[in-house]
Design a protein around this ligand. Structure first.
Ligand SMILES: [Zn+2]
Ligand SMILES: [Zn+2]
Length: 372
C-alpha cells in the first residue's frame, strides 16, 4: 500500500512471467520487479501474446543445421533465464517522461525485430536485414508475461479498436509472410504459387497473399483439416504432400506454370518438392525453419533459371502497412486459439505435435494480472 495525499493507491510492484530457465525444459512461472519506464520507454500490460514455431526452437535450445549439426541459441547470444514471446499486444500502462506518441490506456502492438539502429539496413528501415538485432522475446524480455518493457515508443503500433488476440500474430507471422511475398514478386494470370505448410504462418500467408492481389494459390500440407482451413482462407487448390507424386501433382495443378513457392515449413521434405516442381524461372522463397538439408542437382539453378531465396521476419513499415490493411478489412482473419498463459507448456506440446489450427494466443491469467 502506498499513500498519496488522501488517496490510498495500491501500487503494483511485481509482475509475472513464464520464463525458460534451462534449455530444453518447460517454462516456469517467475515473479519480477515491475520496471519504471525512463526516457522513451513504455511499459505495456500484455493482453495477448502469440506462440510462434520459433518459440519451440528456442525452448529446445537450437536450430537444426542438418549435416552441419546444430546452431544453439546460446551461441547466438541468448541468455537464460529469459522471457520469450515476440508477438506482443497490450495496453500502455506507464510511460517514460520523454514519451509523446502513445498515451496510457492505448492499445498497442509491439514491433519486436529491433535492429542496432546504426547500420545501413536499420537506417533504411530494413531491420530484418540487421546483423545485430536485439529481438524482443529472444535477446530482451518478451511477451510471455503480464508486462513487457519496450525500449522506445517508436516500436509500438496503434491497434486501438482492433481485437488484440486477432491481430497480434501480424507482429511475426504476418510481416514474415508479407516480406517474403514482396520478394516473391508479381505473378501473371496463368502463373501459380504454392504455399507450403498451413500452420500459423501458412494460413496467414494465404490471407495476406489474397489481400495483396495474388489469386492462383495452391496450399500444400500433410494434414487434410489444415488444407480445409487453407481453402477457407482463400487457397484455390490444395495438395496433401504425403503423396509420393507431389512433384507431378503440383506441376499438374499449376498447368505446368508453378512460378512461385513460399515455404513456411522450411524442411527437407518441402525443399525437395519445391525445387523439383518449380517451372523455369521459378522462385523459391523460404521462411520456415524446420531445418535439415535438401538436395538438388546444382545444374538446375542455371538450367531452370531458378531463384532460391530466404527471407527473415519483416520490417516496421511493413507492420504498419499490414495493420492498415487489417483496418481496411482486406485481410481475412486466420483461426486463433485463445488460451491462458499458465497453460504455456501444454500449448508448446500441442503446437509441436501439429494439434493447433492457426495460432495459439495467450492471455495472462486474471490472478497474475491483478497483483502479487
Ligand atoms: Zn515468430
Ligand atoms: Zn542494424
Amino acid at each position: 500500500m502506498h499513500v498519496v495525499g488522501n488517496i490510498e493507491k495500491k501500487q503494483m510492484t511485481q509482475y509475472t512471467s513464464y520464463d525458460l530457465t534451462t534449455w530444453g525444459k518447460p517454462f516456469q512461472i517467475r515473479k519480477n520487479t515491475l520496471p519504471k519506464p525512463v526516457g522513451q520507454e513504455v511499459l505495456v500490460r500484455v493482453t495477448a501474446a502469440g506462440l510462434c514455431h520459433s518459440d519451440l526452437h528456442v525452448q529446445k535450445g537450437y536450430m537444426d543445421l542438418g549435416e552441419e549439426g546444430k546452431l544453439t541459441f546460446a551461441e547466438r547470444g541468448a541468455e537464460l533465464p529469459m522471457t520469450f514471446g515476440h508477438e506482443i499486444a497490450g495496453l500502455v500502462e506507464d510511460i517514460g517522461p520523454e514519451v509523446s506518441s502513445v498515451k496510457i490506456g492505448q492499445q498497442v502492438l509491439v514491433f519486436p525485430w529491433i535492429g542496432c539502429g546504426q547500420c545501413e539496413a536499420c537506417q533504411e528501415n530494413r531491420e530484418s536485414d540487421c546483423t545485430l538485432m536485439r529481438i524482443i522475446g529472444l535477446k530482451q524480455k518478451g511477451g510471455f508475461a503480464t508486462h513487457c518493457l519496450v525500449e522506445n515508443e517508436k516500436f509500438l503500433v496503434d491497434i486501438d479498436g482492433l481485437d488484440a488476440a486477432d491481430v497480434v500474430p501480424h507482429a511475426c507471422s504476418g510481416i514474415t509472410v508479407y516480406n517474403a511475398l514482396e520478394k516473391l514478386g508479381d505473378l501473371r494470370d496463368n502463373e501459380w504459387m504454392a504455399i507450403m505448410g498451413c500452420g500459423g504462418l501458412g494460413l496467414n500467408a494465404i490471407s495476406i497473399a489474397r489481400a495483396m492481389g495474388f489469386e492462383n494459390i495452391i496450399a500444400v500440407d500433410i494434414d487434410d483439416a489444415k488444407l480445409e482451413a487453407a481453402r477457407e482462407m482463400g487457397a484455390v487448390k490444395v495438395l496433401n504432400n504425403k503423396s509420393e507424386n507431389s512433384v507431378a501433382e503440383l506441376q499438374k495443378l499449376s498447368g505446368g506454370r508453378l512460378i512461385g513457392v513460399l515455404d513456411t515449413f522450411g524442411g527437407a521434405s518441402t525443399g525437395n518438392i519445391a525445387v523439383r516442381a518449380l517451372s523455369k524461372s521459378g522462385r523459391y522463397i523460404i521462411v520456415g525453419q524446420a531445418g535439415g538439408d535438401f538436395l538438388m542437382p546444382q545444374v538446375w539453378l542455371p538450367q531452370k533459371a531458378m531463384t532460391i531465396r530466404g527471407s527473415h521476419v519483416g520490417n516496421s513499415p511493413q507492420l504498419r502497412a499490414l495493420i492498415e490493411m487489417v483496418r481496411a478489412g482486406k485481410i481475412k482473419q486466420m483461426p486463433i486459439e485463445r488460451r491462458p498463459l499458465s497453460e504455456i507448456n501444454q500449448a508448446v506440446e500441442d503446437l509441436a505435435n501439429g494439434r493447433v489450427m492457426g495460432r495459439i494466443v495467450f492471455q495472462p491469467d486474471e490472478e497474475d494480472s491483478i497483483e502479487a
